[in-house]
Design a protein. Structure first.
Length: 322
């Protein structure tokens, strides 16, 4: 009993992320977690990122620059994807979503969110299809291929932060499975436990839940099979392209390289070509500008990196309109 009750204290490393304000995410029974709407918070990431920035969201959870600001109800540009598109470490004005929109003289709505894969990006798009943007910009990184198959989202803790994921039936048919439990509550309770604000009963319940979360993390799909990665990505991108066609939008897939600046995996290249959507690979632009320092210490694009992406995307879209 004592071991279970004290589990929250020794199950995870010290917290390296601090949020001044309400949590940035809330539980969602279909996706696992989404951005908290109508929120104002400040986030500080200690080593290795060493960043401090504001996060402000509007009524639908889109990132905006000022309190009370609302993103367009029918934006020219709708951004979906993970923390690279969301703008981890950046003030909203520094993100490539805002930068590209300003270069093009367009309005934008940014519904990307940290730790998302193609699975969650698709679900967010389907949920907000009523926005009917001119362009849907889906940002993808290499790790999305793995994320699409695992039920445990990347996080700062060893236990599971559950989210939706692709599964295959006995006949090989792909489908999206919902999160297996409430990982957001697990994370928030863990923070409360570390700060000593849980009751003895709460410690016991949280310890048991973290044990369950660790079991989920260690027994979730590792998502490393290249064939399954390709099949899952193809299933999701086809659905994404179908949504774009149905609502009269133009889908653009934008690949952003990791700090090693390697080109997209073959699985991404082949599926994009197979589905037939527009593809912007920013690897060449990053390679050309690598001497300028384009990444934060944790591997996310910094302000210069975001500016590179914004310029590439704006030029790509201008080419589509002439």
């Amino acid at each position: 009993m004592l071991i279970v009750a004290t589990f929250p204290y020794w199950s995870s490393p010290p917290i390296s992320v601090k949020v001044n304000g309400r949590s940035l995410r809330i539980f969602d029974k279909e996706i696992g977690f989404i951005a908290r709407p109508d929120n104002i918070a400040e986030r500080t990431d200690l080593a290795p990122a060493d960043v401090h920035y504001r996060v402000i969201t509007d009524r639908i959870g889109a990132r905006v620059s000022r309190p009370e600001e609302q993103s367009p109800s029918h934006p020219d540009l709708l951004f979906i994807g993970d923390s690279f598109a969301w703008g981890h470490g950046m003030e909203n004005e520094q993100t490539f979503a805002v930068g590209a929109a300003e270069m093009l003289g367009m309005g934008e709505t940014n519904l990307a969110f940290p730790s998302y894969g193609t699975t969650q990006a698709l679900q967010i798009l389907e949920r907000h299809a009523n926005l009917r943007p001119r362009y849907i910009v889906y940002e993808v990184i290499k790790d999305a291929l793995r994320r699409n198959l695992t039920s445990c989202a990347p996080s700062y803790f060893e236990f599971c932060l559950d989210y939706s994921h692709v599964v295959f039936g006995s006949d090989g048919t792909a489908a999206i499975a919902p999160p297996r439990s409430d990982g957001v509550a697990r994370m928030l309770d863990h923070v409360e436990a570390l700060t000593g604000r849980l009751s003895p009963t709460g410690w016991l319940a949280q310890g048991a839940d973290e044990i369950y979360g660790l079991w989920l993390a260690r027994n979730s799909a590792d998502g490393l099979d290249p064939d399954q990665q390709r099949r899952a990505f193809a299933y999701l991108l086809r659905r994404m392209a179908g949504v774009a066609e149905r609502i009269g939008s133009h889908l653009i897939v934008v690949y952003i390289p990791n700090r090693d600046i390697r080109p997209p995996p073959a699985e991404i290249n082949s599926v994009v070509a197979e589905v037939g959507v527009d593809f912007l690979d920013t690897t060449g632009a990053f390679a050309a500008a690598r001497d300028h320092g384009l990444y934060l210490n944790d591997g996310h694009p910094n302000a210069k990196g975001n500016a590179v992406i914004a310029g590439e995307l704006a030029g790509f879209i201008r080419g589509k309109t002439h």
